[in-house]
Ligand binder design. Structure first.
Ligand SMILES: [Zn+2]
Length: 384
């Protein structure tokens, strides 16, 4: 493989990290819903207290259970998987990979565990503890600031709050609750401490560099939340904290020590692809039987991208393609050829035409000088 400095090296990649949200973590490890995908903690103990030294699940036991499928038949296999604490997985991809422990490979997920997970819970608990009207009024009273988003209508009316909106809320959350008395004259001290501890954990977990001291602060913040979370039980807001996402905070320190800071395996980066591969694809459908239409849309988009890459390559190396100079590519009249683009029919999928997508490619637009079909057609013929 060619590395970033252009040198070709012999590489032996090892599967070390699996980046995904909670359903994906369960899918790849075979754990059941509501369980931790890393350690064999009981569901009743989830979120009870902090313990960063829990042993991980026994990989050897799981591999032995998976091996019974080929030797002892499906009945023994199902029983062995159940005893190993996993769902029956049919030869998972990591089974035979060298030096791979799938339970080590499960990593923290800031977006889904913190912003869209525990922080989302915390905001709803705070809204229950104080009145929604008072919190919204406090949001509106905050003076505008360059680094803060001003929620002029409050935070309770937001629907489908995104990760970035939760980031904005986190910046003002502590300011909203400080000095606000609880109903019935209860002391808000533990609530403020629990909120602050969770926010401390949130920001420490995102540090771009760590020392032993910062990792200790991370654990201290989590311990402070566990020490003060009982306020939500006393107020009648929660009965328990059996949240797998809250429990997973126990594993943050070990994961950071093993795999580096959390920005190395943050799902926020891959989550961006939902827009290109899912949301845009869905918008191109007629909302009926959308999966097949989205698949066709993606297939066509891939073909167009490959074709655009071919054209870019051709422009870079005109002398290597005898008979087809780069000037030929742009010299054709735009309307002299029929369009090769599959166009949507009345009964067929309503997908975006390739022409419209090529238009969105800046490099390609530059090459064609504003005439999309003048470029696409001659090269399509030249490539036969
Ligand atoms: Zn665990």
């Amino acid at each position: 493989m060619t590395s970033g400095d252009g040198v070709v090296r012999r590489g032996h990649p090892i599967f070390a990290v699996h980046v995904g949200d909670y359903p994906e973590q369960l899918l790849v490890t075979g754990c059941k819903n509501g369980e931790c995908p890393k350690c064999p903690i009981l569901r009743t103990d989830l979120g009870a207290e902090m313990d960063g030294n829990r042993p991980l699940r026994d990989l050897g036991k799981v591999l032995d259970a998976l091996a019974t499928l080929d030797h002892d038949g499906p009945r023994a296999y199902t029983k062995a998987c159940s005893e190993a604490g996993i769902k029956p997985l049919y030869h998972p991809f990591w089974e035979a990979l060298p030096y791979t422990n799938i339970y080590h490979a499960i990593t923290p997920d800031l977006l889904h565990q913190l912003y869209q997970g525990v922080v989302k819970h915390l905001v709803s608990w705070i809204r229950e503890a104080y009145s929604t009207e008072e919190l919204d009024a406090r949001c509106a009273r905050l003076p505008p600031n360059h680094s803060l988003r001003h929620f002029s209508k409050g935070i309770s009316k937001l629907s489908r709050v995104t990760g970035s909106e939760h980031q904005d809320i986190c910046r003002i959350l502590l300011g909203l609750v400080i000095g606000l008395p609880l109903h019935g004259g209860a002391s808000p001290v533990r609530l403020v401490r629990a909120t602050r501890a969770l926010l401390d954990f949130l920001y420490l977990a995102q540090y771009p560099a760590h020392t032993n001291q910062s990792l200790t602060l991370l654990e201290d913040a989590l311990q402070a939340f566990h020490d003060n979370k009982s306020i939500f039980v006393d107020l009648g807001i929660r009965e328990h904290f059996k949240l797998p996402k809250l429990h997973f905070f126990d594993h943050y320190r070990r994961c950071i020590e093993l795999y580096g800071t959390t920005d190395n395996y943050d799902t926020q980066f891959s989550e961006r692809l939902h827009i290109d591969f899912t949301k845009n694809a869905y918008r191109a459908t007629n909302r009926k039987d959308e999966l097949a239409q989205m698949t066709v849309w993606l297939e066509r988009k891939e073909k167009i991208d490959r074709h655009a890459a071919y054209i870019a390559w051709h422009h870079r190396q005109p002398e290597t393609a005898p008979g087809y100079s780069s000037s030929l590519l742009v010299s054709q009249p735009p309307r002299s050829q029929p369009s090769p683009a599959p166009t949507p029919t009345a009964s067929g999928p309503q997908v975006a035409t390739p022409t419209s997508i090529i238009r969105s490619s800046p490099s390609h637009a530059k090459a064609r000088g504003g005439r999309p079909r003048a470029v696409v057609l001659p090269v399509a013929r030249a490539s036969r």
